[in-house]
Design a protein around this ligand. Structure first.
Ligand SMILES: [Fe+2]
Ligand SMILES: [Fe+2]
Length: 476
């Protein structure tokens, strides 16, 4: 048999599956890139790509099928009796074979009414083939079908054509009654049945999942001559698929469980460390909580400029309370001193940045997944660095200072300036605003000062709210 492919872009890879089937069936094929060129009489069948179909120019009787892709939107109804159907190139091999069996039926019926010859030809096809008579009784099986069903024709009930002792079920496990078997639907409706998957068992001997369909062959009076069915054993692939689905479900549940546990463990670690920090510092826990809110406020306004995931952003502001954790290593006489520090004491005090970072590095060395501490490590080490390079411990400047530490610097200083300390009174919001704006490009990154300036009322609100709560509820 000779097939003509019509496609604008003749791409052998695109058609490789259908070409494989054509080769399998011993057919020849040619190509052309539009519908206008050829004399179609030389071909038994046309295979036309949806993109170049032009039925107005197609006046011949050669039957055709249309190739589509799964995303193709079909907006035309094909009532053309020459059209044998649509073949989705993405569909599975079994579906392609089924359509191809329709093509062959059509060609053979066009060319030859000899029933025996057709049946003999069909049985040679490299797939499981069952032939039924017009009442749906099995009359012949090819060797592949015998192998799939592990039966011989002699085992069948000669009256009904039903295989004795065979049970069949639907995919949902319900029993298939004999009248609902695909071949019986064909007998009743005189139409091809679609691919179906059924489970078939023979006592306790075996259970298989098979794909099956059935195609009627008609005589010139439009009466069914015989019915042809392709079967394929999909037990193995289906079982593998089911096992895979179960494994994926289990894995999902496990991952969800582990993630919840991990997130809780991380949050707990950060919280515990922050609490530790509060114990030793003469700054109150309120300072630690407020700086987290200021930090989050700045990060939210800066969100679009930051190349971090949502999860990383949460990790970033959750790490803010740890900024002074290194103060646990500073001696009491310096940390708790009610007066200004001497130069020597101040040098020791500056070391809290390095102590804090070292402590977190030690913690991460004991954990498999320590990435959530990365921001905390940056913040502890660099939160006293200044934009112009005049800060400590290293005197780095500008972009050399990680963004988390740049944000922390502003949040920390705003709150420190507002707060009463044993050695000074806190300043009011307006004065602190002026002081921060004055430090733009010096202590702080200008863009952060701009964000602060445009949202300064919210900083004031966070501070005042915290003081009100403290007056209402005391330290908590
Ligand atoms: Fe600090
Ligand atoms: Fe602080």
């Amino acid at each position: 048999m000779k097939f003509l492919f019509i496609s604008k872009n003749i791409n052998l890879n695109k058609y490789s599956r259908i070409l494989d089937i054509l080769k399998e069936y011993g057919c020849n094929y040619s190509y052309q890139n539009s519908m206008e060129l050829s004399s179609y009489e030389a071909f038994d069948f046309l295979v036309i790509d949806w993109e170049c179909i032009n039925l107005k120019t197609y006046k011949h009787h050669t039957p055709y099928i249309i190739l589509i892709n799964s995303e193709t939107e079909i907006d035309t109804e094909f009532n053309d009796e020459r059209c044998m159907g649509l073949v989705d190139l993405d569909s599975n091999l079994f579906a392609l074979k089924s359509v191809f069996s329709l093509i062959i039926k059509s060609i053979i019926c066009y060319n030859d009414g000899n029933c025996r010859k057709i049946v003999d030809f069909l049985k040679t096809l490299p797939t499981g083939v069952i032939i039924y008579d017009k009442k749906g009784k099995i009359t012949e099986l090819n060797s592949i079908a015998k192998e799939i069903l592990s039966i011989d024709i002699s085992e069948m009930n000669s009256e009904s054509g039903v295989i004795s002792d065979f049970q069949t079920i639907q995919e949902d496990g319900s029993k298939i009654e004999q009248q609902d078997f695909p071949v019986m639907q064909v007998v009743r409706n005189k139409r091809s049945s679609l691919n179906r998957i059924i489970g078939i068992s023979h006592g306790r001997l075996f259970f298989k999942w098979i794909k099956i369909d059935a195609v009627p062959f008609f005589d010139s009076n439009n009466e069914i001559q015989f019915i042809y069915s392709i079967i394929e054993d999909i037990t193995q692939s289906r079982n593998t698929h089911l096992k895979l689905e179960m494994a994926i479900d289990n894995m999902d549940a496990l991952v969800r469980q582990r993630t919840t546990a991990l997130v809780s463990a991380r949050a707990l670690t950060l919280e515990s460390l922050a609490t530790l920090s509060e114990f030793r510092d003469n700054e109150t826990g309120d300072h630690i909580r407020r700086t987290k809110f200021y930090f989050k406020l700045i990060v939210d306004k800066l969100r679009k400029r930051l190349k971090y995931s949502d999860e990383e952003i949460v990790q970033m502001w959750s790490s803010a309370p740890l900024h002074d954790i290194g103060k646990v290593a500073i001696p009491d006489n310096i940390l708790l001193k009610n007066d200004s520090l001497t130069d020597e004491e101040y040098e020791i005090m500056k070391q809290h940045t390095i102590h804090g970072n070292k402590a977190l590095v030690r913690i991460s060395e004991c954990k498999d997944d320590d990435s959530y501490l990365n921001f905390a490590k940056e913040i502890t080490l660099f939160h006293h660095e200044k934009w112009d390079g005049s800060g400590y411990p290293y005197g780095i400047s500008g972009d050399e200072i990680p963004i988390s530490a740049r944000i922390m610097a502003l949040a920390d200083v705003y709150d420190a300036l507002r707060s009463d300390r044993p050695y000074k009174k806190g300043y009011d919001h307006e004065k602190v605003c002026r002081m921060i704006i004055e430090e733009s490009g010096k202590h702080f990154e200008p863009i952060l000062v701009e964000i602060f300036n445009s949202n300064n009322e919210e900083f004031d609100y966070i501070y005042n709210r915290s003081i009100e709560e403290k007056n209402l509820f005391g330290d908590f």
